[in-house]
Design a protein around this ligand. Structure first.
Ligand code: DSN
Length: 409
């Protein structure tokens, strides 16, 4: 255990140094700017600002006058960036925002369609149903996908017709393409289906206007986290244009899922929102260009890249099927030895790697740099080179990319 502050600082610094020398391609991570980090610690972090309904005016603790003003102004900023009428900033992550939406909007025995973990879904209801009584009360089926990992629209329309779901949850952890929300909006309205979008992964791209905004396309609720392609502090939000939905979810969230909502996130979140207003388009455009370039270089290097025929990706990540070379999990561990950090498919088919481009883009890398990254994968996975030399080359390469661009000073 630690016995003094020096030991604590030393270990944090070792982590920072280690991660500086890694290629961080974990799609659910990002670096935040100095301005965001500098706003993560304040007196807010030691205060209670709870409200147990959806109404922030009903604070349960005294001394909240500036906290309330701050939260309202941050809500306004988030609503402005995402074009939403209502924003709830209390969820500590996208997952709990989703749990609140499901619990707040469904009735017992309603059917939900979500993305299967095998198709890189987040598994929101799948995991909730591990609590046995929820297994009895929420029915679940999965959205069909095609071989490019795009939603199979005719298949989904058939399911809607045959199964009459009450809720459809789009958005996953391996999103390559926008989903057909506009295409099903009409039938969803007619059939009373609640459309939810888990935008956790693509929030930064939506903020930059380079990925379709699900709220504008017609979803009833957009949930998400603020620390993936959106380069803010760890946290989550719920957005909607429907006042009744806002109340139902907010009342559920405040009553049973989040009491103290970690106010220290708010100033950092506000700074990150301003950064995305200023630089989101430029950042998001470069992220997508980098994903597409990386897909192309990976394919040239001999990998099977999912969605190759459609241009590899329209998001901050690509998916690569590495099954011909071994287990995805084992390969990701071998890559880690070379300081290449990416995700295997989290215990699903064990055949794909998810490679994200958000953080390296913020570090300043552009399309040409993706060649170096693709070659590192080739050296480890195909040529089975010892990781030491690759790690050394990565250390030399990343030395030139320690910036955090698209940031306010
Ligand atoms: N769903 C996990 C991921 O995408 O990495 C965590 O949010």
């Amino acid at each position: 255990m630690f016995s003094n502050i020096t030991e604590i600082d030393e270990l944090v610094n070792r982590h920072v140094l280690y991660r500086q020398n890694c290629l961080n391609l974990i799609a659910s991570e990002n670096c935040s700017s100095l301005a965001v980090r500098n706003h993560l610690t304040s007196d807010f972090g030691n205060r209670y600002g709870c409200y147990s309904t959806a109404d922030p005016a009903n604070r349960e603790y005294r001394g909240n006058k500036y906290i309330h003003e701050f939260e309202m102004k941050t809500q306004d900023l988030v609503k402005d960036v995402f074009g939403a009428a209502y924003a709830d900033l209390r969820p500590i992550g996208g997952h709990i925002a989703g749990v609140a939406s499901v619990l707040g909007l469904l009735s017992p025995h309603d059917l939900v369609l979500e993305i299967h973990l095998r198709d890189w879904g987040h598994g929101l209801v799948t995991l909730m149903r591990e609590a046995s009584h929820l297994q009895e009360s929420i029915r679940l089926e999965f959205i069909p996908f095609d071989e490019d990992r795009a939603v199979d629209l005719p298949g989904l329309l058939r399911m809607i017709h045959d199964l009459k779901p009450r809720m459809i949850i789009f958005g996953g952890s391996g999103m390559l393409w926008p989903e057909p929300i506009a295409e099903i909006k009409e039938i969803a309205s007619r059939e009373g289906i609640i459309l939810v979008h888990d935008s956790s992964h693509v929030n930064g791209l939506i903020a930059g206007g380079v990925f379709p905004n699900p709220l504008q396309q017609g979803v009833d609720v957009m949930i998400g986290s603020t620390h993936k392609s959106f380069p803010g502090p760890q946290g989550g939000f719920i957005l909607t244009n429907d006042g009744e939905i806002y109340k139902k979810i907010g009342n559920t969230l405040g009553a049973s899922l989040v009491t103290s909502h970690h106010l220290q996130r708010l100033p950092a979140l506000a700074v990150a929102m301003l950064e995305m207003k200023a630089f989101g388009k430029e950042y998001g455009t470069q992220v997508i260009k980098n994903s597409q370039a990386l897909g192309r270089y990976m394919e040239e290097d001999g990998f099977r890249v999912i969605g190759s025929a459609r241009g590899y990706s329209q998001t901050h990540l690509i998916l690569v099927d590495v099954s011909e070379f071994g287990s995805g999990l084992e390969i990701s561990k071998q890559l880690e030895k070379a300081n290449i950090l990416c995700s295997d498919d989290f215990g699903q088919l064990d055949r794909e790697l998810r490679i994200g481009t958000a953080e390296v883009t913020r570090n300043g890398m552009r399309e040409g740099d993706m060649k170096f990254i693709a070659d590192c994968f080739r050296r480890i996975i195909i040529e089975k080179e010892e990781p030491g030399q690759v790690a050394e080359d990565i250390r030399g390469f990343t030395e030139h990319y320690r910036d955090c661009l698209y940031a306010l000073k």
